[in-house]
Design a protein around this ligand. Sequence first.
Ligand code: GAP
Length: 457
Amino acid sequence: MAEQLNEYQGKATMEKITSLAKRRGFVFQSSEIYGGQNGAWDYGPLGIELKNRIAGAWWKEMTQLNDDIVGLDAAILMHPRTWEASGHVENFTDPLVDCKKCKARFRADMIPEENLAAKKCPECGGELTDTRKFNLMFKTHIGPAEDTASIIYLRPETAQGIYVNYKNIIQSNRMKIPFGIAQIGKAFRNEIVTKNFIFRTCEFEQMEMQFFVKPGSDDEWFNEWKKRRWAYYDRLGVKMDHLRWHQHGPDELAHYAKDAYDIQYLFPMGWRELEGVHNRTNYDLTRHTQFSGKDMQYIDQDNNNERYIPYIIETSAGLTRNVLMILCDAYDEEQVADKGNDDDWRTVLRFHPSLAPVTVAVLPLMKKDGLAELAQDIRHELKEDFAVDYDQAGAIGRRYRRQDEAGTPFCVTIDYQSKEDGTVTLRFRDSMEQIRVPKSELTARLRQEIKEYKRIK
Ligand code: GAP
């Protein structure tokens, strides 16, 4: 296991990441023309590709590589009793204080203890209100009447959609314990503090997998899933010295959890939670039995029809938080001298090729002399297999820089020699090495490069 860093040593800052994300069309502020909407972000052309690829890698890991995990896409709006049963109506709260003078609002557990004790605003020194509980669920109304009977919540986690469907899936798909259900989808929380770009937002996406096991085997499965989730990030090419485990102490454990570990990532602002692995016991299914009156027991037909309420091991990752992690992890700046200019700096996103929004950029050296036409032909061929960008504007060095900054792992350049002998230049983002490849071999070569990719920095 890689030794964890004590403090952040990378080149990224949240300002640089936010600015690059906007400049290159990864992420925009929501409703920017109206001054922006706090806690909400829009994913631009490169951002949606990156997000989809991160989601795709997780989905493949869960549902394709595991024979015993199936997928689900449950509705965001659920029967309001769901959230009473789950404990969210009662327990899903943050402690909140307001400054009476400057009107700033804080999470009481996020300001210095001395300020809380002295009821002194950390920003203006004004008097703070008493701490009160604030429920994070967004509440709205369904139907035309805005009364208590019509209250409905935006789901604060995707997990409950899985629990209420677990019996449907056993019946429709003949699943046998142990088995899992995976889901990717939106979740909403009325967060008091939403700083750090897309780290903590009010609208976000989760990738959650609930694994149903026999009581008594839960500790073993909990450790197994911890191992699998750690190995997943390694395979994704994440810097492993930027990851660590954090076990929840008694004060941090959620109301449903027997044991919980976070995978934390070393972001520019410090170690923060990326994903949680939780032993949720049989809490949720027991509560749904009580609140719905439906029997949520599993009947083990291979074992004398033994009945029990399964325990659940949950792996819960933020998809949008993974996007931020991958951006920070990939971000690099380096001095390069590839054009004989020693002061030349480049910003480069060292995405794993399977995550990069654009896999290969096709660049004719010149627009004239038939090079653009030849490049267009190659673009059309590659499009069948890869995400391709085409750029014919500006000096070739500047075009390489643009692709480096978008994280494109490969550039294919078409020059005069290409017309003569059918070869093209293949340029590698990380090393900036260039080799000549027959254009007929490009697709196979790119496939091989993606498969065998090893991060060099
Ligand atoms: N079902 C369990 C659950 O929701 P959680 O620790 O509250 O557990 C799981 O959330 C993951 O969801 C977190 O590790 C984080 O990646 C992501 N997440 C939670 N709140 C978020 C927010 N406000 N904005 C972005 N991501 C969030």
